[in-house]
Design a protein around this ligand. Structure first.
Ligand code: HEC
Ligand SMILES: [Cu+2]
Length: 487
């Protein structure tokens, strides 16, 4: 930044003197590096490889600076926000976040922004890696069915956000119009074993979190910063289960992490890992041994860590309700040999009951008046059951009832669930602890008593039994009442 200012102002003696006075204490290397990056010559032309998340293009390595052709297409398209909920995303390249752009310092980028003829709105792009008015926004404003071309030279190495800056700017960003552009230093970043692209974003919908159907953008909630969804890579579950990112024990993982916002800053954390290195805010400062790194809206960070033990590492925004209730949760699955010195697993287990043997209770909230379960059709019970599921069970048992390995058992195709209705009712009524086996896997954890009415238990269990390959039991309130009375 300092150097960029210097570059722009070097004809002005006053500005030069001021900067010299202000910054005479700092190292000279940054300044000289930048002053020279404007003069790096380019040899030949190449077309940039663009990738959708969580993938990143090939490292630049030792290649020389080039004229780099970047072709980016804006697409407005419907996609899945979470199971049963869709949203019309506005995208750079068809994904949220948009295509990853990988450059090196000194590249002369020829950027073409095309706005697909089927789109409804004009768009543009502001790349934080650009030195110039609006970061390219003013030169790239383009109507549907048109394209715009502009050029820029990458002067400063680092990881930068790009986003649409068409009014209302907040709305374009809230609909998914952001991504990352990496400017590698001369010679490239050090090579690592695995690299991935993650970007957090907050979404605002007319309905509440999990409300089914096509959801539209809610401007008032966006202004109030009252997010319904906070997610990595554009949707709930983009990085969980089969979509998890992977590594092998002993490998070094580098994550390029951005935050599109529009509103929330991210307390980025990987449960069970310590970042060996963080390139703070995507810049040149390297911090080491970091637990949680703050990523501002419109900012980024590069984090690196070696994975030493196998298992599933949960990636979260450590503003933790966002992770467990709004979707900001991903997974890194690591395969390989255990190392009992680094992590032993459980070596001893006993009962600890400081407050007596009872299972902890969730606080009871205010109850809304609802139609009694006995007066509902199956379809009505399914609808209400799904809502209860998303509010109450989803955080642990997950959107598709798939659970989380070693932590929360699956409700999808659960042999345990299907074998015994009364036992399932009792679990929701009273909670459950101790070892159980579900679909051949052992779980030994605690499910707290769920503070929901017998009506709601009937509905949510009907939903669970009639979803994901279960045995289609229609659970009634009188069955729940009977179990509550002790059969
Ligand atoms: C805080 C996390 C959490 C929440 C919320 C939660 N559960 Fe569970 N659930 C668990 C855990 C953990 C177990 C396994 C308990 C054990 O190991 O003894 C479990 C077990 C079960 C089982 C039996 C095992 C199986 O997979 O079939 C059922 C059925 C079940 N839960 C249903 C529900 C329903 C329905 C809700 C919502 C009304 C719910 N749970 C909410 C954590 C949770
Ligand atoms: Cu736009």
């Amino acid at each position: 930044m300092i150097a960029k200012q210097k570059l722009k102002m070097r004809t002005s003696f006053v500005a030069f003197t001021m900067i010299t006075l202000l910054f005479s204490g700092c190292k000279d290397s940054d300044k000289t590096e930048n002053a020279s990056t404007a003069d790096i010559p380019v040899s030949r032309e190449m077309t940039a490889e663009l990738t959708s998340p969580p993938n990143v293009p090939t490292p630049v390595g030792r290649r020389k600076a080039k004229k780099l052709i970047v072709n980016m297409e804006v697409l407005e398209q419907e996609g899945t926000m979470t199971d049963g909920t869709t949203y019309v995303y506005w995208t750079f390249g068809g994904s949220v976040p948009g295509s990853f752009i990988r450059t090196r310092v000194g590249d002369e980028v020829e950027f073409t922004l095309s706005n697909h003829p089927d789109n409804k709105l004009p768009h543009n792009i502001d790349l934080h890696a650009v030195t110039g008015p609006g970061g390219g926004a003013t030169s790239s404003f383009v109507a549907p069915g048109h394209e715009k071309k502009f050029n820029f030279k990458t002067l400063n190495p680092g990881l930068y956000v790009y986003h649409c800056a068409t009014a209302p700017v907040g709305m374009h960003i809230a609909n998914g119009m952001y991504g990352l552009i990496l400017v590698e230093p001369k010679g490239g970043l050090p090579l690592v074993d695995k690299e991935y692209y993650l970007m957090q974003g907050d979404f605002y919908t007319k309905g509440e979190h999990g409300d089914p159907g096509l959801q539209s953008f809610d401007m008032q909630k966006a202004v109030d910063e009252d997010a319904d969804y906070v997610v990595f890579n554009g949707k709930v579950g983009a990085l969980t289960g089969d979509n998890a990112i992977t590594a092998k024990v002993g490998e070094t993982v580098r994550l390029y992490v951005g935050n599109g916002g529009p509103n929330l800053v991210s307390s980025f954390h990987v449960i069970g890992e310590i970042f060996d290195k963080v390139m703070v805010e995507g810049g040149s400062m390297i911090n080491e041994n970091v637990q949680t790194t703050l990523i501002p809206a419109g900012g980024a960070a590069i984090v690196e860590f070696k994975v030493d033990v196998p298992g599933t590492f949960i990636i979260v925004d450590h503003s933790i309700f966002r992770a467990f209730n709004k979707g900001a949760l991903g997974m890194l699955k690591v395969e390989g040999e255990e190392n009992k010195t680094i992590y032993s697993g459980v070596v001893q287990e006993g009962i600890y009951h400081p407050e007596g043997g009872g299972i902890q209770q969730m606080p009871e909230g205010e109850k809304k008046v609802k139609v009694a379960s006995s007066n509902k059709t199956l379809a009505m019970k399914m609808e209400s059951g799904k809502q209860i599921y998303t509010q109450t069970c989803f955080a642990c048992h997950q959107a598709e009832g798939q659970g989380i390995p070693n932590a929360f058992p699956p409700l999808a195709k659960s042999d345990y669930l299907n074998a015994n209705l009364n036992r399932s009712i009792e679990i929701v009524l009273k909670g459950k602890s101790g070892e159980i086996t579900v679909n051949g896997e052992k779980y030994n954890s605690v499910m707290t008593r769920q503070a929901i009415s017998n009506d709601e238990i009937a509905d949510v269990l009907t939903y669970v039994y009639n979803s994901w390959g279960n045995n289609k039991t229609n659970v009634t309130k009188s069955q729940v009442d009977a179990v509550k009375r002790g059969h």
